[in-house]
Design a protein around this ligand. Structure first.
Ligand code: HEM
Ligand SMILES: *[C@@H]1O[C@H](CO)[C@@H](O)[C@H](O)[C@H]1NC(C)=O
Ligand SMILES: *[C@@H]1O[C@H](CO)[C@@H](O)[C@H](O)[C@H]1NC(C)=O
Ligand SMILES: *[C@@H]1O[C@H](CO)[C@@H](O)[C@H](O)[C@H]1NC(C)=O
Length: 319
């Protein structure tokens, strides 16, 4: 035990010495690359103009990045001959729009070669995705470095849509995130789309006494059963995460309160008194949701404390 502890302390020291503990700062690129942020915003805007699924994809990509090995752009790496990357891990079904990060990186490399990390670009793109969808905006602390490791098997560390409250709580608190962070960040589900596989256990064969999860609103469940019939063969079938999937708003919380949360993990927020009170607060006030979301995004965006070891030149490959 003592050996493990001192090994841990040792590795933390080594990590700090190799510049891995540097704090993030809002003005990190102010001198190094003042036009970087605007270039990222332009790339996101341009991509959104022809594909309205882009913002949801970027927000989820950043979440997956931060929850595995900290926000170090591990989610962006391609597999190699000897390594299956996070991208090909099981929950990859809807991770897409990697091309947006590539075009932002290309624009930023033209301005300041080798300076802006892919992890920072992804954090900025996620912020832009929210802001350009009608959500709040905020200053993103920057200075992350890109990691060199990405493993498909690590995606098991992501929370599953079948998680109950205790499991969600554990997944977030392991990363130093609170119940308020959990509830506010789940509001990311105001954007985007989910495939049947992410929620079909709730609407068919739920358990031995109920075919449908009884916490679901009956007409909501019936609708989902139509979209996702038993033995549904269409792998692309699914539904939007809330009723306004390209608008960043608090509709997600309003629906949760009515038994119209899509995943078990969404509905689970109504099963804990503290979480439920927050859901109801955010359902009643878009302003309070926006404030809480910004606070929690900055916390999630800081996971890993700056992440990796290098600034990649191509976000898909290590240097
Ligand atoms: C609390 C635990 C969470 C679980 C269990 C979870 C799970 C999922 C699942 C299963 C999907 C649908 C995948 C599919 O069927 O294609 C999804 C979509 C999505 N998630 Fe989460 N998620 C969680 C938290 C978050 C957080 C913290 C964010 C961001 C702040 C987020 C943002 C999104 C977005 C934007 C989509 C839509 C993606 C798209 O349309 O491309 N999720 N999530
Ligand atoms: C990364 O993978 C994508 C999708 O398989 C492929 O189109 C692309 O060429 C790869 N890029 C690099 C640099 O390996
Ligand atoms: C998604 O993950 C599955 C299971 O690991 C894998 O077989 C599939 O190739 C992946 N899909 C993509 C697009 O990477
Ligand atoms: C099925 O789920 C419902 C709702 O969660 C629960 O009340 C019931 O006890 C469960 N039945 C079994 C057999 O687990």
């Amino acid at each position: 035990m003592e050996m493990i502890a001192s090994a841990l302390i040792c590795s933390v020291l080594v990590l700090c010495l190799s510049h891995l503990c540097h704090p993030l700062s809002v003005d990190y690129y102010e001198k190094k690359c003042p036009k970087a942020e605007a270039a990222v915003t332009d790339s996101v805007k341009q991509a959104m103009a022809s594909d309205n699924t882009v913002p949801a994809a970027l927000l989820r990509m950043h979440f997956h990045d931060c929850f595995i090995r900290g926000c170090d752009a591990s989610v962006l790496l391609n597999s190699t001959k000897n390594n299956a990357a996070e991208k090909v891990g099981p929950p990859n079904v809807s991770l897409h729009a990697f091309y947006v990060i590539d075009s932002a990186k290309k624009a930023v490399e033209e301005l300041c070669p080798g300076v802006v990390s892919c992890a920072d670009i992804l954090a900025l793109a996620a912020r832009d995705a929210v802001a350009l969808s009608g959500g709040p905006t905020w200053d993103v602390p920057k200075g992350r470095k890109d990691g060199r490791v990405s493993k498909a098997t690590d995606t098991r560390q992501l929370p599953f849509p079948t998680f109950n409250f205790a499991q969600l709580h554990q997944s977030f608190s392991q990363r130093g995130l609170t119940v308020e962070d959990l509830v506010a960040l789940s509001g990311g589900h105001t954007l985007g789309f989910a495939h049947c596989s992410s929620f079909e256990k709730r609407i068919h064969n739920f358990n031995s006494t109920h075919d449908v999860d009884p916490s679901m609103h009956p007409s909501f469940a019936a609708n989902l059963q139509r979209v996702c019939p038993v033995n549904n063969k269409a792998k692309t079938a699914g539904t939007t995460m809330d009723t306004t999937p390209v608008k960043f708003d608090n509709a997600y919380y309003k629906l949760l309160g009515k038994g119209k949360g899509l995943f078990l993990s969404d509905a689970a927020l109504m099963t804990d008194s503290k979480a439920k009170a927050l859901v109801l607060k955010f359902a009643g006030s878009d302003e309070e949701f926006r404030e809480a979301f910004v606070k929690s995004m900055i916390r999630m965006s800081g996971l890993g404390g700056g992440g990796g070891v290098e600034v990649r030149l191509d976000c898909k490959v290590v240097r």
